[in-house]
Write a protein that binds this ligand. Structure first.
Ligand code: ADP
Length: 850
């Protein structure tokens, strides 16, 4: 039965309540709280039962047919919720707002929170990853994009030119799972994000106009920033339904402060995850992540994705690493102290949002406890930033919160003795009465002589005296006991004095629980006043932790301080690819990358598996490491600051978008050619191999000429077209290098050593002969190669323009003829014998050709 078919006048009141709520949340699955379950109904139930493999049942609601229903226990809902969110659904949690025990008639229910990918509950998040939700606000002449991580309070805005590619790249490269867009946006963007990147996109135009959030953009003049962030904020306030005043002031991202690269480059260079398994392990992030705190881990990831271009800041970071490298003891001490610091950013978000528990407070206290030492160490290191220690908040938490407090806030056990006198008195009363009850057992045993007598407690009868079956006959009326329960093993009795004490205990208990809860929320409110100060501390600690991680990684892997030069030169001695080096069992062969003022392009030749692409990646990784402020994997490094990196490396996974590999190659090449500046780095790995040889070669050459003459960016270009190496004669700033390999005892060994000059041209044929291809064939290949290498051929190739026809060979002519014969027959009009004859003739002709 469908929701739309329901006659609202006939349906039960509870189902009516459900339908009213559901109407407000059409695109959202409603978890409707009914006692100990969250129930789903109608289409939601059908969908959830399918996605979560739950049994679909039905509920009677006054209609002839039962309403489809499926449910999950409320105490185990998180796993189910996560699964649905992961699959891209939104879930609204409709809670019971009044206690069923105290309510006559219908329990009130309403949505208390909508959970989506971007607004997920914190404890399901990876601690070392951020969780941004984003928006695109189309101003029709520009795009405003903002990013907010509710769990940490970070928020960013960027204003982009009105180019779709830019907007898409910004969203995709921040790994967003959910994006809100205004309705002016081109639907192509929405479709692209949904289908290619499985991003949850919501179209809505609401803008938050609460003055309370003006502070977010008070330092920024551009009004578009306020509009953009208010658009996203409005959605968050509608879904989170809570206070978001922990959000930190918006940071305006300006692209010229960052080394830019697109999402393909990020993937190809395996900066934060590997291409094959999408795994953090064996990525650059994995190699450098020696951070001790969640904040440091998140900052590291953000920094790797957004390296800097600010020379002073980068040199500052190198200076700090250099200092830390010499301060062995302080460095170790700092690491130990940072290890005690919990995720301050997410803790204060929870405090501010009002859903923190006593354990969060203990974590906050322990973190604050490490601050005085950290402050001292930073001073001793002459670190250029310091931190507050918030001693008063530490003292408050230290004297108030019980160290073994439970997670729940309604079971007591939260507050330490000595913090509040009223609470202490109540606890005394409870304790004395409990002692009194314990004494009763002793006294009654003595008074009655019944040795097996015991005092016990259960929720139904409260305190009782239990006597075993064998002794029941000894119980006398004069004791004044009242029989309450008969068991197979004995009898249970209550007495007036037991009940009197019980009332005192239970009364005290209830008062204690209430008082503890109130005291706890008071302390939490107090802590809330410190939120922005804690956020500032957290930022500094994150930076310290990240730089410490760089130091440890540099020490462990033998990295060197780079020199950032103002000259247009690259001078890397004995460079390595840090991850390949770490992961490979074989020894890594170091390579120099030298590109003086007079060299803009290195044309790299060499057989497959020689190490061409590793060499290129090595340069890009070195540049990125230098521009995040880390030391670099080589003996010596002098490089300029780059503004952008463009890559065309490896297979592209854009095949989902229906474009051929070659088209994607050309688009990426175009991206580089139209956006690169002299200060960019371009890496092209075997560009042009996706099309026919001559086409590919011609394009590769034209692109090289273009870069050489017009862009002048430092470029590494690997190719297996030996013919291109001749370009060095005409293009003065292009140099040939090759990756060598040797033959030893009939086996090819790749030396992975990059040397000047072009590769030995007959190398491929040599490898083929080692692979034991027939002698005749090898001989023929050598003849053909000679033709290719002849001056004649070379001239012909150089003279060929992009669009000229290449004369077909005899073999091509023959194949063309056979193709047209096949095209001209119609198999449906042929008899089997005719078809067989035709096939026979074709085969004969083909054999003749050979
Ligand atoms: P190509 O691009 O020439 O086909 P790759 O760069 O993919 O070759 O390298 C092939 C393999 O050789 C890599 O997976 C790596 O394990 C190894 N390799 C490459 N360069 C080196 C090096 N300098 N030292 C050690 N091993 C290397």
């Amino acid at each position: 039965m469908k929701r739309k078919d329901v006659d609202i006048n006939k349906i039960s009141p509870m189902m009516k309540q459900y339908l009213e709520i559901k109407e407000k949340y059409e695109d959202t699955i409603i978890f409707f709280r009914l006692g100990d379950f969250y129930e789903m109904f109608f289409e939601d139930a059908e969908l959830a039962s399918h996605e979560l493999e739950l049994t679909l049942t039905g509920k009677n609601c006054g209609l002839e047919e039962r309403v489809p229903m499926c449910g999950i226990p409320y105490h185990a809902y998180k796993g189910y919720l996560d699964k649905l969110i992961e699959k891209g659904y939104k879930v609204a949690i409709a809670e019971q707002l009044t206690d069923p025990k105290d309510t006559k008639g219908m329990v009130e229910r309403d949505v208390i929170q909508v959970v989506t990918r971007g607004t997920r509950l914190d404890d399901t998040l990876n601690s070392k990853d951020y969780n941004y939700i984003g928006n695109i606000y189309d101003f029709e002449y520009a795009y405003g994009i903002s990013l907010i991580d509710v769990s940490t309070g970070y928020s960013y805005v960027i204003i982009l030119d009105h180019k779709k590619d830019l907007a898409i790249n910004e969203i995709v490269s921040h790994n967003l799972g959910e994006v809100i867009v205004n309705s002016k946006i081109d639907r192509e963007i929405v479709d692209f994000l949904r289908s290619n990147y499985n991003i949850l996109v919501t179209i809505r135009d609401n803008i938050c106009d609460e003055d309370k959030y003006n502070y977010l953009t008070e330092d920024i003049k551009d009004v578009r920033v306020k509009t953009t962030i208010s658009h996203l904020l409005s959605y968050l306030l509608d879904t989170k339904k809570g206070d978001l005043s922990h959000l930190q002031k918006v940071e305006l991202i300006e692209h010229n402060n960052n080394l830019l690269f697109d999402v393909h480059t990020k993937k190809n260079l395996e900066l934060t995850e590997t291409i094959r398994n999408h795994d953090r392990m064996y990525s650059l992030l994995w190699l450098l992540d020696k951070t001790k705190t969640a904040m440091g881990g998140r900052l590291l990831k953000y920094t790797i994705e957004n390296p800097l271009t600010n020379r002073n800041e980068l040199n500052r970071r190198y200076d700090i690493i250099e200092k830390l490298l010499t301060e062995f003891i302080l460095k170790e001490e700092l690491r130990e102290e940072l290890d005690k610091v919990y995720d301050l950013e997410r803790l204060v978000s929870r405090i501010s949002y009002g859903n923190s528990n006593a354990r969060d407070m203990i974590q906050l206290k322990n973190s604050l406890g490490a601050l005085p030492n950290i402050k001292r160490i930073l001073e001793e290191l002459k670190y250029d930033k310091t931190i507050e220690t918030l001693d008063d908040l530490y003292l408050l938490l230290d004297k108030s919160i019980n160290l073994d407090a439970p997670i729940t806030l309604h079971d007591g056990g939260l507050i330490k003795d000595g913090y509040n006198s009223e609470l202490d008195e109540l606890k005394d009363i409870r304790k004395n009465s409990k002692n009194f009850i314990l004494n009763i057992e002793k006294e009654e045993k003595e008074r009655t002589g019944i040795k097996t007598l015991k005092v016990g407690f259960n929720k139904v009868f409260g305190y009782y005296i239990e006597v075993s079956k064998g002794s029941v006959s000894e119980v006398k009326e004069e004791y004044g006991w009242i029989r309450k329960q008969t068991l197979t093993t004995g009898e249970r009795y209550i007495t007036p004095s037991l009940k009197e004490k019980e009332d005192i205990i239970l009364g005290a208990e209830e008062k204690i629980i209430n008082l503890e809860y109130n005291l706890f929320t008071e302390i939490r409110e107090k802590a809330k006043e410190y939120v922005s100060r804690i956020q500032i501390i957290a930022k500094t600690l994150a930076e310290v932790d990240m730089l410490l991680a760089f130091t440890i990684a540099s020490e462990e892997n033998g990295f060197t301080r780079p020199e950032l030069t103002l000259e247009h030169v690259i001078n890397i001695k004995e460079g390595r690819h840090p991850v390949v080096e770490k992961v490979n069992k074989k020894e890594y062969v170091t390579n120099d990358i030298i590109m003086g003022k007079d060299t803009d392009i290195l044309l790299i030749t060499g057989p497959n598996m020689a190490g061409k692409s590793t060499y290129m990646r090595q340069l890009a990784i070195t540049v990125i490491m230098a521009q995040i402020g880390c030391f670099v994997p080589c003996k010596e490094c002098k490089i300029p600051i780059f503004d952008r990196i463009f890559t065309r490396i490896g297979a592209s996974d854009d095949l989902v978008s229906g474009e051929s590999t070659f088209m994607v190659e050309m688009k990426e090449a175009n991206m580089a050619i139209s956006n690169a500046t002299k200060n960019s780095l371009i890496l092209f790995d075997e560009l042009g191999r996706g099309t026919a040889t001559f086409d590919g070669m011609a394009l590769a050459e034209a692109i090289l000429e273009y870069i050489h003459d017009k862009i002048k960016a430092k470029t590494l270009f690997s190719t297996h077209y030996h013919e291109l190496t001749a370009l060095a004669k005409d293009l003065k700033r292009l140099k040939n290098v090759h990756v060598s390999a040797i033959e030893e005892e009939g086996k090819i060994t790749f030396l992975h050593k990059v040397k000047n000059g072009a590769v030995d041209k007959s190398y491929g044929i040599h490898v083929a002969s080692l692979a034991k291809l027939p002698d005749d064939l090898i001989k023929r290949a050598k003849e053909i190669l000679n033709v290719y290498e002849s001056k004649d051929k070379k001239e012909k190739y150089v003279q060929t323009t992009l669009f000229s026809e290449v004369e077909p060979t005899k073999e091509e002519e023959k194949i063309d003829e056979i193709r047209s014969r096949v095209e001209n027959i119609n198999p449906l009009e042929m008899t089997p014998i005719e078809a067989l004859n035709f096939l026979y003739e074709l085969k004969n002709d083909l054999n003749k050709k050979q």
